[in-house]
Design a protein around this ligand. Structure first.
Ligand code: ACO
Length: 330
């Protein structure tokens, strides 16, 4: 039966390292507060005018090289980001132009930290049906230019980093494939994590007053998001494992979304997976949203943490609220 496998991956982060001490010089915070609550030690922030697509391009070039392909082999580009280069058109179109492959299908996914998990599933569906053979899935974010880097915004600003990750999915008849994905959302509490302005429901969309109020910065009720994460992640992990006849003991490596090390440690305890089988890199990159899973998965592959035949579990939650998981036979 036709399915999809990851033929190659790539990732890219900006050179500029911003430590917790750097942030403590800009706002009332400390390395101790940030590290204790989140595990984050440093993150990468772009310098100057750099968009999500600028970070995506080197990640994609690496993924194509790993797959032994060129952009001409792609049938479709799926781009997951909450920080698009421009409000419209979608970053998938900008990336397509940069890769010089006009004509192929492009699609943007607006599912925040769950964006890459959704993207893999969408690519897999197109490949399974025979509509596409090879699909590029990208998660890329530039958060730093959109954060309130002051004491007013410290609860959010310290969490986020910039980066990009990419995977090339291609058709296979073999067992090494994306086995299944579980996708969910609940918009009831969308306001607990959102960036409100400028946007269509405001008329005018942006005013000097909104600028003064900081309504163009992300707003988050951190503890509510935390509670959502530690409930939904174990649920969706159990769902995708049990409906494929697997248990957590069968999983060789879990790559969770990197939002907070405490969340990932708590979830690991709840589902009963040994910490040696969970890949975390939030300490170095902060939360890169749609990019966090492909960056972490590619690092794990590069470090030899995944071998052919391993069962790999990806799981994410984020704004929306959205959550989901992918189960892969590597
Ligand atoms: N430095 C120092 N103090 C701070 C900072 C900071 N950076 N930020 C907040 N504080 C203060 C608060 O003002 C508060 O002070 P008060 O007690 O005097 O009012 C105190 O620290 C405690 O704040 P809490 O919000 O209660 O801290 P909490 O323990 O909940 O940790 C955190 C906050 C780390 C944000 C946590 O709630 C969390 O990780 N939540 C999940 C967030 C998340 O995963 N978001 C991303 C989802 S991804 C996506 O889709 C975009």
């Amino acid at each position: 039966m036709r399915g999809s496998r990851i033929a190659g991956m790539g990732h890219f982060v900006p050179e500029n390292i911003v430590t917790n001490d750097h942030l403590a010089a800009l706002m009332e915070t400390s390395d101790e507060w940030i590290a204790k609550r989140t595990g984050i030690r440093e993150r990468r922030w772009v310098v100057g005018d750099v968009g999500a697509t600028d970070l995506a391009v080197p990640a994609v070039e690496q993924a194509l090289a790993e797959a032994g392909m060129t952009a001409a082999d792609l049938d479709m580009i799926i781009f997951a980001t909450l920080s698009p280069d421009v409000n419209f058109p979608g970053s998938s179109c900008l990336l397509q132009a940069r890769l010089a492959v006009p004509g192929i299908a492009t699609l943007d996914i607006r599912n925040q930290c769950t964006g890459f998990v959704y993207g893999l599933s969408v690519a897999d569906q197109f490949i399974r049906t025979g509509a596409m053979k090879t699909v590029l899935v990208v998660g890329a974010e530039v958060h730093s230019s959109g954060l309130d880097i002051s004491t007013r915004g410290r609860d959010v600003a310290v969490l986020f980093g910039d980066g990009a990750g990419a995977a090339v999915l291609t058709a296979t008849e073999g067992d090494n494939r994306l086995i299944d994905s579980a996708l969910h959302a609940d918009g009831t509490d969308y306001e607990i994590l959102m960036l409100e302005a400028p946007a269509s429901r405001l008329n005018p969309r942006f005013t000097p007053e909104m600028f003064e109020q900081g309504r163009h910065y992300p707003q988050m009720v951190g503890q509510a998001v935390f509670k959502h994460a530690v409930k939904r992640l174990p649920e969706v992990i159990d769902e995708v494992l049990s409906r494929n006849g697997a248990t957590i003991d069968d999983v060789a490596l879990m790559v969770p979304h990197q939002a907070n090390l405490r969340i990932n440690e708590m979830v690991a305890r709840m589902i009963g997976i040994d910490s040696s089988k969970v890949y975390n890199n939030i300490q170095r990159y902060g939360n890169t949203t749609a990019a966090s899973i492909p960056i972490a998965l590619h690092e794990a592959v590069q470090e030899g943490r995944v071998k052919s035949g391993d069962l790999v579990l990806l799981a994410a939650f984020g704004a929306g609220l959205t959550w989901g998981a992918n189960l892969i036979r590597w």
